[in-house]
Design a protein around this ligand. Sequence first.
Ligand code: EPU
Length: 447
Amino acid sequence: MRDVLTVHGGTPLRGTITVRGAKNFVSKAMVAALLGEDASRLRNVPDIRDVAVVTGLLELHGVTVTRECGGDLLLDPSNVEMAHVADIDAHAGSSRIPILFCGPLLHRLGEAFIPDLGGCRIGDRPINYHLDVLRQFGAVVEKQRHGIALSAPTRLQGTKLSLPYPSVGTTEQVLLTAVRAEGVTELRNAAIEPEIMDLIAVLQKMGAIISVDTDRVIRVEGVDRLGGFTHRALPDRIEAASWACAALATRGEITVLGARQAEMMTFLNVFRKVGGLLDVGDDGIRFSHPGGELSSLVLETAVHPGFMTDWQQPLVVALTQASGLSIVHETVYENRFGFTDALREMGAQIQLYRECLGGLPCRFGQRNFKHSAVISGPSKLHGADITVPDLRGGFSHLIAAFAAEGTSNVRGIGLIDRGYEHFQAKLDALGANYERSEDDARATTRV
Ligand code: EPU
């Protein structure tokens, strides 16, 4: 397995890269295609492993998926069929997307099987909200040894729902189920992330009737038939922010073509407060280090329009280079600071606390999770042997390795291919000095 990146750090990353469609939208739009009776075309699809996983799952269910050059994906659902449980099971643990197949499969086939889910280990990540809403639509849910079997004895019925927390995945679950249910569905306390708005746009193109009202209320009028769509995926704002933080942490300058201001405003404000420089153009955004000191800040992650939890890890690396004490309060996941162990090994000064620091109390305050971080900087980072813990934490380790003096071995680097398209080619474009090799140290040199 080509799994180790040996990074020679300490030089600024400089250059231009391009981000394509958002991982956390594209996978959902692919599932939406399953609802249509005609073929769909999704544009601006990145070449990442999560897309391959969803492609595999769709193909198991009879959908023909064709990748055309230029990043177009053609999805033809005219022969949807039930997959073999053993085949679905082979995808167990590879992603969290299978849970979103429930509504579309229940509408099309009356049954669905969901393997045990994967995804990043950043907290418990239960699926109780998903199963609750599916039951309220009328689905019968049966837990089995290796997954969950669902059936819809009669057509699913629109219903009134209210989420305990504005969960992104559960809001998508409701949308993908309500569009073909009988009658009206009203969802309160919905998530309203830009990726969800883009999914709503896709569903509307397919013939769905969905309104987004004030105060996180979404209303869906079920229809009998949906067609296909042609849609260009919105850019990946998590990837764009990750590269922005790489520019800040390495004292570099990175132009991210494809990055869009509208979905990144909260991040851009924080980037400016830390001292980063921005140049927003028509084609993308240039992010650069100001040359002098960076400023510390107090921040909490939140659902949209707050500061995304997925921006937190790369930003924390940049904050190790800021002067003074920064406080980051993670309120979306209870366990998303595991990646800081490696940063401490590299010389960062980061303390974790169970209390809600620097902001309002959150749902984790009483639950004994280390979900607040105090970062004291600037710290001189040095190279270390580190192992990628999860997608975003892993990319943060990469940033830290490039910011650090000396050589680091970043192991388990393959995890990053799940969500960062062609990241090695991008590192090359930024003048990065590294080698990727197998664990046995047979290195191929790329400087
Ligand atoms: N939650 C429950 N029960 C549920 C569902 C969620 O308790 O049934 C809790 C979660 O444990 C978490 C909170 O609700 O504490 C929010 O979870 P949410 O459902 O919003 O997250 P998700 O849909 O599983 C997506 C992204 C994540 C991103 C979050 C928040 C995808 C595939 N994943 O996850 O992205 O962090 O929304 O924006 O869209 C990543 O890209 O690296 C990633 C982890």
